[in-house]
Design a protein around this ligand. Structure first.
Ligand SMILES: [Fe+2]
Ligand SMILES: [Fe+2]
Length: 148
């Protein structure tokens, strides 16, 4: 495999594995939220459907950013997805989505620690930005859950 880029940062396999775990979560979240958007029913569901779609697209963009960073670090982005749980009604959708975000938030905090330990400031910075968005998603889903 040829590489166009020569990374200035050298990171551990552990950190690369963590980035791939994050990619697996992002792609899973993207599919989960998009299928919820497609399957959403009822007046309350229709009112919030756009939020699922919007968030699904945001997750896919994060997967792309992570994959680009991992590729730069001489890693290969995974094609495996983390487990998907779409749920059968709006309340379940939002409960599963809140859990998905919590899983991401936990992992991102660990990645920031690891990246900082390894002196990979750029990865730490990228993940901090993603973490901020995940906290917004978490806030969105928990707020929506209160309304269901
Ligand atoms: Fe995400
Ligand atoms: Fe998210």
């Amino acid at each position: 495999m040829t590489r166009k880029l020569k990374p200035t940062a050298k990171v551990s396999d552990e950190l690369k594995k963590m980035l791939n775990d994050a990619i697996a979560i992002e792609i899973a979240a993207s599919v989960q939220y998009m299928w919820q958007y497609v399957q959403v029913i009822g007046t309350k569901g229709v009112a919030v459907a756009g939020k699922f779609k919007e968030t699904a697209i945001a997750e896919m963009k994060q997967a792309e950013e992570l994959a680009e960073r991992l590729w730069y670090l001489n890693g290969v982005p995974t094609t495996q997805l983390a487990p998907i749980k779409a749920g059968e009604n709006l309340k379940e959708f939002l409960e599963f989505d809140t859990k998905m975000e919590e899983e991401g938030i936990r992992l991102y905090k660990k990645i920031i620690d690891q990246a900082q330990k390894e002196g990979d400031v750029t990865t730490a910075f990228l993940i901090k930005e993603i973490l901020e968005v995940e906290e917004e998603h978490h806030d969105l889903f928990t707020t929506m859950l209160e309304e269901v």
